[in-house]
Design a protein around this ligand. Structure first.
Ligand code: 5GW
Ligand code: MN
Length: 371
């Protein structure tokens, strides 16, 4: 046959050899690509990604795998996670150019696409933390607990251990919902107060008392929120820090002189016109039990001092919280994504609405009659 094509036996021999080597090489490559399938898939992912700090787009492509966990034949006991994602940029366009993502005291301000939840989850998962979520359901506000808890199950700290602490004067009216593994409901029975201002303000005292006797033993972080709210998108470990506050949705773009800080110098909540960084919301703060203890103690004691003098700050507990944060800077700040009211509409900078006010009939929910 070689003769018919005008090839010498020698050339034909070479061709056969080359063909054999090629088949062998491709066979080996094909075999390897199947043995280490995660490597090839990761390579494909990486080559498709523009190397940007836009974590929003890469979120779904990130793979953090425990290399040896998944290989039963491995005899290696040391377990190193693989952390596969595009390299963060040290120099180059920032992930957000429309908002400030860092305070002058180097506390991050948490906006969508500034963090990678997979990296953060890996970090907090390794520490096996427990997060305590506190909320008050006093009097008629108990009606908000069901939606609050149901949506928290869906969006709040999914995959982590959570203790719900519901403070209420109506424990029987708190629904007993099925909770996911690692999540527990603690109903804390407390007294009510006749005046609504006091209901709101006494939260500081009650959180303070229970932090000292209970939370400090049961939780690594506390998240203290309003209950007339629903979770509507991811709220996870990216919020956790020693002590954190949230930008109030009505004031994050406002000037200092339009903040509704307490402006009467007789009150301990007084903030002089040339001080203050942001206007923080009373309905979402937290931190470690130690820091929450300090914060709630300071706020409660200031309220009690003012009460003796017959003065109460203009926005109650929120005013004292704002005062505290002027002199004890939060170590992390949550953007209004974490506390939004649809009454405020939508904005281009607001990529996510994670925790939303539930519309309420103010007159009906706040009246003193029992139904
Ligand atoms: C009742 C009437 C007027 C204002 C507050 C209340 C009230 C508040 C109440 O009867 N029961 C109660 O548990 N609260 C707690 O205080 C809830 O956790 C509530 O989310 C929080 C703050 O009060 P809000 O939500 O009415 O305040 P805004 O500023 O969010 O409207
Ligand atoms: Mn509220």
């Amino acid at each position: 046959m070689a003769r018919e094509w005008g090839l010498s036996f020698r050339t034909f021999g070479y061709l056969v050899l080359v063909a054999f080597i090629m088949v062998f090489t491709f066979g080996l490559l094909w075999h390897n690509s199947h043995r280490f399938q995660w490597v090839s898939s990761v390579n494909i992912l990486c080559s498709n990604l523009q190397l940007q700090n836009n974590y929003e787009d890469i979120q779904k492509d990130i793979k953090i795998q425990r290399l040896f966990d998944e290989d039963p034949s491995s005899e290696v006991n040391v377990k190193f996670p693989r952390m596969v994602y595009p390299k963060p940029l040290a120099v180059g366009p920032p992930s957000r150019t429309d908002v400030i993502v860092m305070t002058p005291w180097f506390a991050p301000i948490i906006w969508e696409s500034t963090f990678s939840i997979n990296i953060l989850n890996e970090y907090f998962k390794e520490r096996n933390i427990i997060i305590g979520l506190t909320a008050f359901a006093i009097k008629k506000y108990v009606v908000f607990t069901e939606k609050f808890l149901k949506t928290a199950e869906e969006y709040f700290m999914v995959g982590h251990k959570v203790n719900y602490y519901i403070f209420t004067d109506r424990p029987k009216d708190v629904p007993n919902l099925p909770l996911k593994e690692g999540r527990k409901l603690h109903i804390i029975e407390v007294r009510n107060y006749a005046q609504w201002q006091e209901v709101s303000m006494r939260r500081m005292e009650m959180i303070n008392n229970y932090t000292k006797t209970k939370f400090i033993k049961e939780a690594d972080y506390l998240v203290c929120v309003d209950i007339d709210m629903q979770f509507s998108d991811h709220v996870g470990v990216e919020i956790l820090s020693d002590v954190f506050g949230t930008l109030h949705p009505a004031f994050f773009g406002a000037s200092r002189d339009s903040f509704t800080y307490e402006r009467r110098s007789e009150s301990l909540a007084y903030i002089p016109p040339d001080e203050g960084d942001f206007y923080y919301a009373g309905g979402f703060f937290g931190g470690t039990p130690q820091e929450v203890y300090r914060l709630t103690k300071a706020c409660h004691e200031a309220m009690m001092e003012d009460k003796k003098k017959g003065i109460e700050a203009v926005w109650h507990d929120e005013s004292y919280l704002n005062k505290y944060f002027v002199y004890h800077k939060p170590t992390k700040i949550l953007s209004p994504e974490y506390l939004w009211d649809n009454g405020m509409g939508s904005l281009p900078i607001l990529k996510k609405k994670r925790f939303l006010a539930v519309p309420k009939n103010h007159a009906a929910i706040r009246s003193n009659d029992r139904k």
